[in-house]
Ligand binder design. Structure first.
Ligand code: FES
Ligand code: FES
Length: 154
């Protein structure tokens, strides 16, 4: 079995896997980082979203072989103690319902705000449309985005 060096949440890992194994399975099954969720497996839901080199990506669509030398951040690595502005805003706005989609939602939000500290409502809607929520928490997500934007622009 080939092995791959991965940089995840500021730690270096070596994993043994077939080169075409989706990053999602590597994170969940080999590294025990189960905060990243499986929803559809076909790039339609965003539950599996992680940050790669600062961009939100669907980890179900990335093979482990394509992730070497990339800086990967999962929900577990967004902050050490839940104090990332997105995490605090999500808590303040009480966004989650069942919670299943929320790690992906927060990773998309964090990637957007990492690149654009004051996105317009249009940009927020467009970026966050990459993540579906079966519980319909979209209004609270928008509210939390505005709380996070205020926090990072203080
Ligand atoms: S599980 Fe990756 S987009 Fe749905
Ligand atoms: S909070 Fe339940 S799917 Fe989004």
């Amino acid at each position: 079995m080939p092995s791959f060096s991965l940089h995840v949440n500021n730690k270096d890992y070596t994993v043994e896997a077939e080169a075409d194994m989706p990053l999602l399975w590597v994170l969940r099954d080999l590294l025990d980082l189960t905060g990243t969720k499986y929803g559809c497996g076909v790039a339609s839901c965003g539950a599996c979203t992680v940050m790669m080199d600062g961009n939100a990506v669907y980890s179900c669509q990335r093979t482990v072989g394509s992730c070497v030398n990339k800086k990967i951040i999962t929900i577990e690595g967004l902050s050490e103690n839940g104090t990332h502005p997105v995490q605090k805003a999500w808590q303040q706005a009480a966004v989650p319902q069942c919670g299943y989609c929320q790690p992906g939602q927060m990773m998309t939000a964090a990637a957007l705000l990492g690149k654009n500290k004051r996105p317009s409502d249009e940009v927020i809607s467009s970026e966050m449309s990459k993540n579906l929520c079966r519980c319909g928490t979209y209004h609270r997500i928008k509210e939390a985005m505005h709380i996070a934007i205020e926090e990072i622009n203080k």
